[in-house]
Design a protein around this ligand. Structure first.
Ligand SMILES: [Fe+2]
Ligand SMILES: [Fe+2]
Length: 494
């Protein structure tokens, strides 16, 4: 395929909330759609007031994007290699509040691109020029680059675990890192505290994040890891299109461009009725690193953590599983990767509980039950290795998790377990520290930045502060903790 723009083959099985009277009223008020516990999350002040652009699923020759216009627009894109020939797409009409997905195709591998939107509002004669954004196509082996990891942003915990002003500051600082992408660890679109669950309220959990994640996502593609509060889970299907499972996964895939298996990405190829491809687990290689995102929520027959209604949590954690297909894919992905670094991302070890290596010996992750008895062969008769054993055998450098809202670095048989802090809690928190019996725990909120080079991967905890907190030597995005990992010697032992 030549250079150009391809409209994504995208079937929406839902009414567009932007066309509903409530959606129009919210736009009129200049508010961000959303009904997290009855509070309205404020609009990001520094977001471009014309549109948010969220990049996703970059490859060696393409990148996807979701354009979220705030007003009715006619617009085209001008893009090309930095300093090289720029091309223009055909103008297209965009509607306020209606996300539109497209892909730039025919790009050159390992190349920095710039792009900008030219736009005019309905009835205006001339196109105006939007800000210039950038992205990078897949790095070749031996390159240096960085990526960002954001823990549970929890915007529904307004002014407690998430202070909007600080969240905005974090994301504006994030884009300045010029990282190739950002991975969000889940609990970014909580819907279980909502008073009502319907297509529109669930869509609001996604659209309220758009102007925020767009601050970094305009230049660093966003990858989403599924969390427990998303309730994007098999247990929330009911066989009809009107279910929380369908609404939430559809909102996810409609507002954010997430990867599907396509020759560059591997992942979940199974379609779910009324949704299509879930795009919940996937893997890709970038430079010297292989990235693997996994998800238990869509593959367990029970509620993995909290139920939607707030009822009892499940009791037998053997019921929580990646499922046979994802397990085999995970093993194949890690065993076949010859990358120097392998990073795995999940919301949490078991999708629930607290702690990192502290609970890694349990259930399908480690094979033992609560009494310490190894019952793996009986509980997972078709699996030859536990998940931790796969990580050890095939040289996973770091397993990243969210859920516990704390920075902790631990290690288990050569595999680092990295728990990620929340980005925007101004109380200098140290949540759930008691669940971690070992490792280095560091207080505060912020992001992780991982800088990769052929010799080493450096992980930094960039701690966030509000301007008023920058006293006594504290500085926003200071490195609160850092460490390095070197390539594993044996990376593809069978
Ligand atoms: Fe969580
Ligand atoms: Fe969380």
């Amino acid at each position: 395929m030549g250079l150009g723009i391809s409209a994504m083959a995208w079937t929406l099985a839902m009414q567009d909330p932007g066309t509903t009277p409530a959606g129009a009223a919210q736009r009129k008020k200049g508010q961000n759609a959303g009904k997290g516990g009855g509070r309205v999350y404020p609009m990001a002040k520094s977001a471009w007031d014309v549109a948010s652009v969220l990049l996703g699923a970059p490859t060696d020759k393409s990148i996807a994007m979701t354009i979220h216009p705030r007003k009715d627009l006619e617009a085209f894109l001008e893009y090309g290699p930095k300093g090289g020939k720029q091309v223009k797409s055909e103008p297209k009409t965009y509607r306020a509040g209606v996300p539109s997905q497209l892909a730039l195709v025919g790009l050159k591998a390992d190349t920095a691109y710039g792009y900008r939107m030219h736009f005019k509002f309905t009835g205006e004669p001339d196109f105006a020029t939007g800000p210039e954004y950038s992205f990078h196509t897949q790095r070749k082996a031996g390159s240096s680059f960085s990526f960002l990891v954001q823990g549970d942003s929890h915007p529904e915990r307004l002014n407690k675990m998430n202070v909007p002003e600080l969240y905005e500051r974090v994301l504006n600082s994030a884009v300045k890192q010029k990282s190739d992408f950002m991975i969000c660890m889940g609990d970014d679109f909580s819907i279980d505290t909502m008073a009502e669950h319907n297509q529109k309220s669930i869509e609001g959990a996604y659209t309220k994040q758009v102007p925020y994640l767009g601050l970094v996502g305009n230049s660093a593609p966003i990858f989403l890891v599924n969390g427990n509060h998303e309730q994007a889970a098999k247990v929330n299907l009911n066989g009809t299109p009107d279910s929380v499972g369908v609404w939430t996964q559809t909102a996810r895939n409609r507002n954010f461009s997430q990867p599907a298996p396509d020759g560059f990405y591997t992942g979940n190829s199974e379609e779910v009725k009324h949704i299509g491809l879930l795009r919940d687990y996937f893997a890709w290689t970038w430079g010297d690193a292989t990235f693997v995102v996994i998800d238990p929520y869509w593959h367990s027959e029970v509620a993995v953590d909290n139920t939607l209604s707030g009822g009892n949590k499940r009791r037998d954690l053997w019921d929580i599983t990646l499922g046979d297909k994802q397990y085999q894919w995970l093993k194949k992905t890690l065993s076949e990767s010859k990358a120097k670094y392998k990073f795995v991302f999940a919301h949490h070890v078991h999708g629930t509980s607290r702690g990192g290596t502290d609970i890694a010996h349990l259930y399908e992750w480690g094979g033992k039950d609560q009494r310490g008895v190894n019952v793996f062969a009986q509980k997972r008769p078709n699996w030859d290795l536990t998940i931790q054993q796969i990580f050890e055998k095939y040289g996973v450098s770091i397993f990243f998790q969210g859920h516990d809202h704390i920075f902790v670095k631990q290690e288990l048989n050569g595999v680092i377990y990295q728990s990620t802090p929340v980005p925007a809690d101004s109380s200098n928190p140290l949540y759930n520290a008691d669940a971690y019996r070992t490792g280095d725990k560091v207080s505060g909120a912020g992001l992780l930045k991982v800088s990769i080079s052929p010799e080493k991967a450096k992980v930094e905890f960039l701690r966030s502060y509000l301007p008023a907190q920058e006293v006594d030597g504290k500085k926003h995005f200071e490195t609160a903790y850092s460490y390095e990992v070197t390539p594993k010697e044996k990376t593809n032992e069978k």
